[in-house]
Design a binder for this molecule. Sequence first.
Ligand code: DX5
Ligand code: ZN
Length: 246
Amino acid sequence: SPPAIIAPSILSADFAELGKACSDTISQGADWLHVDIMDGHFVPNITFGAPVVTKIRSHVSKPSEKHGKGTFDCHMMIAEPKKWVKEFQKAGCDLYCFHYEAAISSTAAESPEATSEAKTSPKDMIRYIHECGMAAGIAIKPDTKVDVLWDILEGKEEVERPDMVLVMTVHPGFGGQKFMASELPKVTELRKRYPELNIEVDGGLGPGTIDQAADAGANVIVAGSAVFGAQDPGDVIAKLREAVES
Ligand code: DX5
Ligand code: ZN
């Protein structure tokens, strides 16, 4: 597997001290910052948008290489992912991770009959994100089968292949939910086919659940409440890393 990447989700940080929370978690050993963007449509919750990302971006140095320390991993739980690509690039997002389900339904909404077009839409999204200068991630919800990804991962041109796949291990919308081990076979299957792919898991991860996720082959670990709710966040970050690397 590729190297372990620990990405604390700032959804569980103190929003009144967000800039400080971002720089603190990086100095405590985090690799990336996982930034949850929710629009109240794709998920039943609202967080924040590009202006907040612009402000907190200045508290963390830009990564010196692709996927390097300080990467802003923006998890876009929004109904119209294409609409916000440029805006988030300007705000300092490094990795734009959209939901497969949103990409499919926003295309379908434009042309209800064009099923084949709807199917190619995630590839178009990935190409567009790359052309805008960011890495591209694609996320799937618990109700979405991993099979929808095979065609996307086999994109003929590199520009339309994702840099990361995010397998949700909770129903997106809120921090602090229970880990769904039922989603791990997706990770196992992805890892079997793609030894070098960045596979991210998000939801309910912490010292008690990390071993299962690491065994399945996940290497990018998101943790919100487990990191920001800890007495010693640095210790939790170290434990998560150790589990992935062992
Ligand atoms: C859930 C978000 C997660 C959330 C994880 O919709 O995508 O990133 O912050 O929180 P925990 O780690 O507390 O489950
Ligand atoms: Zn997330």
